[in-house]
Design a protein around this ligand. Structure first.
Ligand SMILES: *Cc1c(COP(=O)(O)O)cnc(C)c1O
Length: 415
């Protein structure tokens, strides 16, 4: 990762690139939506395909010279079909949000009604937040998690659906540590004659390896990101049935996007191939085992977890019970000073602002990619607890920092 050509023309950017490589090597990436793609994926993403226009789809392009673009996109599609068992796949969305936009534009009209999980309860901006296009274009209502259990309130969802009569129900979340019961959401969608879009953005990799139940074949549309629990580089995908194939394809292009980012699609193809290997199933299983170990370290230390634990790659800590004077933002800042990088997050029933909320969210996908096992992850959990207990104590922060350095040298990255 020398970036010598960048250095020749642009030392400032070269310095920032080198700095970011070092930052990723020397810190523990625990932001639940992040991961470390392989060198192979990075190489494909940073390739000459960034030069190529390929509007259209394989075999039906609006530009000449698409022979290899067709090959790459077809490989990405076939591998995605294998990974998730979908009838039809679109690999062109530039991001998870773009994938959701593609689905909305495929079957909804402006003003139609969308029912989704409230952002503070673990939803996503693209599910209809007023600041997002989805909130501006559509009439949006929310369902919630049960404040006692932290699990999705499926009965409340059914009641709200009855009253609101949505055209589409969105499931799949950003900060939800439990398995989503896709069939229960589908039953509600059937009852009110709404489409069901399952946004598996965070858990695409877990679903691909069978560690989490699959929404494919249950929901009408499944969207995902390709850079969270699957390590295929930044981007989005849509999986659907033959029935909706052409609506989805024309909603993505020309509906929502111009030319596909062929270099990102090359990265997706390589990442999907990696995910089809047996070692990836082992990886996904370890991601969840590590998240459970992290959650146990927190609970043993007296921290409260939303829903009491996890079935996935992430845990969500509600600091209000154990550390009423510590905000998520302050915890995030102290932890970052030791090299543990995670994010402050809202919790169900949030009483602070979204900018400095009451929780922290931590994921294990990136640690597992660099080889962490349950024991090492549990140790990171203990380190986090030490910082949360004494966020301003320099000697504690120095100690934890030193131990983070050791762990980063033991579990190497991009060597
Ligand atoms: C991360 C995420 C997305 C996609 O985000 P992008 O940043 O647009 O790729 C979509 N939905 C959910 C639920 C997410 O967590």
């Amino acid at each position: 990762m020398e970036y010598e050509h960048v250095r020749d023309v642009d030392p400032a950017v070269a310095d920032a690139l080198a700095g970011e490589v070092e930052r990723q090597r020397d810190t523990l990436a625990m932001i639940a939506s992040e991961n470390h793609a392989s060198r192979a994926v990075l190489e494909a993403q940073g390739s000459v395909f960034t030069n190529k226009y390929a509007e259209g789809y394989p075999g039906a392009r609006y530009y000449a010279g698409c022979e290899y673009a067709d090959e790459i996109e077809s490989l990405a599609i076939e591998r995605a079909k294998d990974l998730w068992g979908a009838e039809h796949v679109n690999v062109q969305p530039h991001s998870g949000t773009q994938a959701n936009m593609g689905v909305y534009l495929a079957v909804l009209e402006p003003g139609d009604r969308i029912l989704s999980l409230e952002l503070e309860h673990g939803g996503h901006l693209s599910h209809g937040h007023p600041a997002n296009f989805a909130g501006k274009l559509f009439d949006v209502e929310h369902y919630r998690v049960d404040p006692e259990t932290g699990y999705v309130d499926y009965e409340g969802l059914a009641e709200t659906a009855d009253e609101f009569d949505p055209d589409m129900i969105v499931s799949g979340f950003s900060a939800y540590p439990r398995e989503v019961e896709w069939e229960r959401v589908q039953a509600v969608a059937d009852a009110v004659d709404a489409y069901h879009m399952a946004d598996m953005a965070h858990i695409t990799g877990l679903v691909a390896s069978g560690v989490h139940d699959s929404p494919v074949g249950v929901a009408d549309f499944v969207t995902g990101s390709t850079h969270k629990t699957i390590r295929a580089g930044r981007g989005g995908i849509i999986l659907t049935s033959e029935e909706h194939a052409s609506d989805v394809d024309s909603a993505v292009f020309p509906g929502a996007q111009g030319g596909p980012l062929m270099h990102n699609i090359a990265g997706k193809a390589v990442g999907f191939r990696e995910a089809l290997q047996p070692e990836f199933d082992e990886y996904a299983r370890q991601v969840v085992e590590n998240a459970k170990a992290l959650g146990e370290a927190f609970v043993d230390h007296g921290l409260s977890l939303v829903s009491g634990g996890t079935d996935t790659h992430l845990v969500l800590v509600d600091l209000r019970d154990s550390h009423p004077d510590l905000t998520g933002g302050d915890a995030e800042e102290s932890l970052e000073s030791t090299g543990i990088v995670l994010n402050a997050n809202t919790v169900p029933g949030e009483t602070r602002s979204a900018f400095n909320p009451s929780g922290i969210r931590a994921g294990t996908a990136a640690l597992t990619a660099r080889g962490f096992d349950a024991e090492a992850t549990r140790e990171v959990g203990d380190l986090i607890c030490r910082v949360v207990d004494a966020p301003d104590d320099e000697s504690v922060l120095d100690d934890v920092s030193a131990r983070v350095d050791d762990l980063c040298s033991e579990f190497t990255l991009y060597e």
